[in-house]
Design a protein around this ligand. Structure first.
Ligand code: FAD
Length: 376
């Protein structure tokens, strides 16, 4: 593996920077950097621009609208993307569900979903976790029962990101009670406006509409919405989760944090030492990501994806803590006396949100078990 960009890579980097400079609206970039938690309406226009350029889904196979970029080019893209403060487009559809449909979906599903996903015309959410099934996903209890040409789904999902903005949910359901838990799961695409489906947003510490509960009460979907084969979803879910963990290396966002912290006013030795240590660790993570991307076409092995996820989430925590230390009281939306602070610009809310990075995509303790399992 080469450790330096080639002339071709540098030309590619320049082309991307030019594209961001010309096409990314400064208002959206500022909103993304200062507030985070953008809604669908904020990034629909940006996603259309990416789709027109053919750059909406670098992680998809080329035949379905991917870019065909090399691992290094994909990496350059991610870093430049984060640094430019481009909004993270339809992350569940493009980042997670799209690759699953490309790999395991029917021809009919590919025809109906992939192009609209690329253009940002349809958005997805991911209905895996339940009150009794988070780390232990095999415990999923939401039932899907075959009834003629339909499945009838009943149960509850929780922590579903982007649910109010989504048109569809990819839903992990139990279709067989008579086999071991992993062998009885299926994946269905459920329209969010289906009768019997209710979304209830959860109030969270980051003051943003980030996660919801989704209730399914005898929701009927055609059997043509089954992804792959009945009872085989454990394989598809593992593929999706590995994709999610590799995706969750967040190098671009970490670089953005480091850039911002370097611009900050605090120049005490203690602060600079912590910042330097953070930057070195981000560099190390970046090389690990490149190694994983270089090692295999696709999401990489489960253990390396888990290792990236653990490192990235811990660095995000450290970066956020450093920013809070630097901002001090200015990080609060209100003074201790309850008055609004004029300079408040949402960094605290982002800090609170990123604390969840050690939980979502599978808690870090679970990732460590996966790593350990691969060694023993
Ligand atoms: C902001 C956010 C967004 C999310 N978005 C989505 C989404 O879009 N779709 C979705 O399906 N889910 C989503 N989740 C859910 C997320 O995947 C789960 O929260 C996560 O898998 C942990 O499950 P849990 O919350 O049930 O915790 P639990 O599984 O109950 O775990 C609680 C604690 O026990 C530890 N633990 C559990 N089992 C073990 C073990 N075997 N060994 C060691 N430690 C263990 C865990 O590490 C954790 O610290 C999101 C979560 C958050 C916070």
């Amino acid at each position: 593996m080469k450790l330096a960009y080639s002339d071709e890579d540098r030309a590619f980097q320049k082309e991307i920077r030019l594209f961001f400079a010309q096409e990314l609206s400064p208002e959206i970039a500022t909103k993304e950097e200062r507030q985070g938690h953008l809604r669908r309406i904020d990034y629909a226009d940006w996603q259309r621009k990416l789709a027109e350029r053919g750059w909406a889904a670098p992680n998809w196979p080329k035949e379905y609208g991917g870019t065909g970029w090399s691992p290094v080019q994909r990496h350059i893209w991610e870093v430049e993307y984060g640094r430019a403060c481009a909004p993270e487009i339809s992350v569940i559809a493009i980042g997670l569900v799209g690759p699953v449909i490309c790999r395991f979906g029917s021809e009919d599903q590919k025809a109906r979903y992939l192009d609209p996903m690329l253009r940002g015309d349809i958005f997805f959410c991911q209905g895996f976790s339940e009150p009794q099934a988070g780390s232990d996903l095999a415990n999923v209890g939401t039932r899907a029962v075959r009834d003629g040409d339909d499945y009838v789904i009943s149960g509850q999902k929780i922590w579903t990101s982007h649910a109010p903005d989504a048109d569809y949910m990819v839903c992990l359901c139990r279709t067989n009670m008579d086999v071991k838990p992993q062998a009885g799961l299926s994946m269905l695409i459920v329209p969010m406006d289906a009768p019997g489906l209710t979304v209830r947003p959860i109030e969270t510490i980051d003051d943003a509409p980030s996660v919801s509960e989704v209730f399914l009460d005898e929701v009927r979907v055609p059997a043509s919405e089954l992804i792959g084969e009945e009872d085989k979803a454990w394989t598809y879910a593992k593929f999706l989760l590995n994709t999610e963990r590799t995706h969750n290396a967040y190098i671009g966002i970490l670089r953005r944090y480091v850039d911002r912290l370097k611009r900050a006013a605090d120049r005490t030795i203690g602060y600079r030492r912590k910042l330097a240590m953070l930057e070195i660790d981000v560099d190390a993570l970046e090389w690990s990501v490149l190694r994983v991307l270089d090692a295999a076409e696709g999401p990489g092995t489960a253990a390396s994806a888990s290792a990236l996820k653990v490192s990235a989430s811990e660095l995000l925590l450290r970066a956020g803590e450093l920013e809070m230390e630097q901002l001090g009281l200015a990080a609060l939306p209100v003074t201790p006396h309850g008055e609004n602070i004029a300079s408040y610009d949402g960094f605290r809310s982002q800090f609170m949100y990123w604390r969840a990075a050690s939980i979502f995509g599978g808690a870090n303790e679970i990732q460590r078990s996966i790593i350990w399992g691969s060694l023993s």
